[in-house]
Write a protein that binds this ligand. Structure first.
Ligand code: AHM
Ligand code: MG
Length: 336
């Protein structure tokens, strides 16, 4: 892969990466440029939403709730509009839509399938905590004009690209085509993403966990025992939970850590969705040297049966994910 200096624009990175792959049609570059465009639009709207959320809090919960809902819809519509006319997609799947979103007849179709959670963690908007867009890109495997469920209900290892845009203190786009994981920070003064996190790695021993510990009593007792075993002061673990998957994953990718969303008796498959949350983040985790599991098998080896299928998720540094899988199988390790 070409060597990129920090400060390289996203456009230059995409074009030079494409040139390094003879035979590339340019459709993926166009797709990712449209993702970046939509991300800039949503980022601008999220920044204004923070202000509106503060005003709404004084006026009552209903207005605020309605606003949050509007922002979810805005993100969904913005990403759909940005991608449907570019001639690079044959279908879109969104957390906000029950079925496949077809490309309108007025537009050309392309070879890629785009799956997304347009605004993950949107319950955090009014707290000004990080939220984000998560996306997964498949190259279609069926013929015909429109893509079908068979084009996306595949092993995560068949993804050609995955990424997210986190709207936090800054807006950062993180992506991988399988060769490293790179982050680009939006400079709002010029409206451009610049390479800011080159070759992010999930390496070294983990010392931070992210989970909603209020649910712990409902988890597998072996997982509870693993969590309890981390709390010996000498081990130096910290808990860090935003309650926004994309924000928690980003923190762990930059600083190291493991995220858990285990199943409970009431939610035997957990909460998070396989196609547009677990698979793309697992693709990034593995490309960064980390791991992702549903508790028994790597997420990337699983095939979702439906567009909105849920999965338990353990994701982050490989040592911690391996420990969790072992604890769920054999019981928690002794830290003595
Ligand atoms: P969403 O996609 O509707 O925003 O829901 C998913 C979110 C994740 O971002 C986050 O990890 C999780 O829900 C938090 O759930 P909980 O409030 O149960 O801890
Ligand atoms: Mg989500």
């Amino acid at each position: 892969m070409a060597h990129f200096e920090e400060g390289t624009t996203l456009d230059r990175f995409l074009l030079e990466t494409m040139r390094a792959h003879p035979g590339a049609t340019g459709q993926l570059v166009t797709l990712l440029k449209q993702v970046a465009l939509a991300g800039k639009l949503v980022s601008a709207r999220v920044q204004r939403a923070g202000l509106a959320g503060m005003l709404g809090a004084a006026g009552g919960m209903n207005i605020q709730g309605e606003f949050v809902q509007k922002l979810d819809i805005y993100a969904n519509e913005t990403f759909k509009r940005a991608l449907e006319h570019a001639g690079v997609c044959c279908m879109i799947v969104s957390e906000e839509e029950d079925g496949i979103v077809a490309i309108p007849e007025a537009f050309e179709v392309g070879e890629y399938c785009f799956s997304m959670d347009p605004l993950d963690g949107s319950s955090n908007i009014d707290t000004n905590a990080s939220i984000g867009t998560i996306f997964a890109v498949h190259r279609r495997c069926t013929d015909g004009r429109d893509g079908t469920a068979a084009d996306v209900l595949r092993r995560g290892r068949e993804l050609v690209c995955a990424g997210y845009i986190v709207y936090g203190a800054g807006t950062v786009l993180v992506l991988s085509t399988g060769e490293g994981v790179h982050g680009f920070t939006l400079d709002p003064s010029v409206g451009e993403f610049f390479l800011s996190h080159r070759d992010l790695r999930l390496s070294g021993p983990t010392r931070a966990y992210s989970c909603n510990e209020a649910y712990a009593a409902q988890w597998d007792p072996r997982l509870q025992a693993w969590l309890a075993s981390l709390k010996a002061p000498a081990l130096g673990w910290s808990a860090r939970y935003i309650g926004s998957l994309v924000g928690d994953f980003h923190r762990n990718l930059v600083k190291g850590g493991v995220f858990l969303y285990p199943p409970t008796p009431k939610a035997p498959k957990g909460k998070l969705r396989m196609l547009y949350e677990a698979q793309p983040l697992a693709f990034l985790a593995e490309a960064a040297g980390g791991a992702a599991s549903d508790g028994t098998a790597p997420i990337l080896d699983k095939v979702p049966a439906t567009l909105h299928e849920r999965t338990p998720l353990y994701i982050g540094n490989a040592d911690a994910v391996a420990e969790i899988v072992a604890a769920l199988r054999d019981g928690a390790p002794s830290r003595a």
